[in-house]
Design a protein around this ligand. Structure first.
Ligand code: NI
Length: 171
């Protein structure tokens, strides 16, 4: 996984009881994934659970990606998605657009902002007809150095290809 923000110097040890077969299946899975020890695998699971938790403070600063796949032939979808991204331009650092095949587009949106806004954007993308899936993946930004608004310090270079243009090519 990516960089860890926790201070590895303050490790705490604890014991966990688990059925043997469950432990065996877990070891098998994490071995396949490339983990060298249980501790690291469990740490990543815990991080994931915390990141996905709805209990995270809604105004917490986060950075990550929204990955989505959609069919650009669906009526006005490309225009709608571009419009949506412009509404959230303060939260979007960059967008990468990949034309997967004749119909499907893959878009990776790099986001940085309040997690509730990032979730809101993801959901608004997800519900559009023609969007196959949209997933938000974030890590929370350590707020010890800048307290509240340090995410605004970043220059939001907003670059993306306009799917509107590409639509004309495809038709
Ligand atoms: Ni495309």
């Amino acid at each position: 996984m990516s960089e860890k923000s926790e201070k590895e110097s303050s490790l705490v040890r604890f014991g966990v009881s688990m059925p043997e077969d469950l432990m065996g299946r877990f070891d098998k899975l994490t071995g396949k994934q490339g983990y060298e020890n249980r501790s690291e695998a469990i740490r990543d699971l815990v991080r994931k659970a915390i990141l996905e938790s709805e209990h995270a403070t809604p105004d917490q600063s986060a950075a990550g990606t929204i990955v989505m796949v959609y069919d650009h032939h669906v009526n006005d979808l490309a225009i709608t998605l571009t419009g949506l991204q412009h509404q959230y331009h303060h939260d979007i650092i960059s967008t990468m657009h990949i034309h997967l095949n004749h119909d499907q587009c893959l878009e990776v949106i790099v986001v940085r902002g309040q997690v509730n806004r990032l979730r809101e954007l993801t959901n608004r993308i997800k519900v559009q007809k023609g969007v196959f899936y949209a997933e938000l993946s974030v890590t929370f930004i350590d707020s010890t150095e800048g307290e509240t608004h340090h995410h605004h310090d970043v220059g939001h270079a907003h670059t993306h290809s306009h799917p509107v243009t590409e639509r004309k090519d495809g038709e």
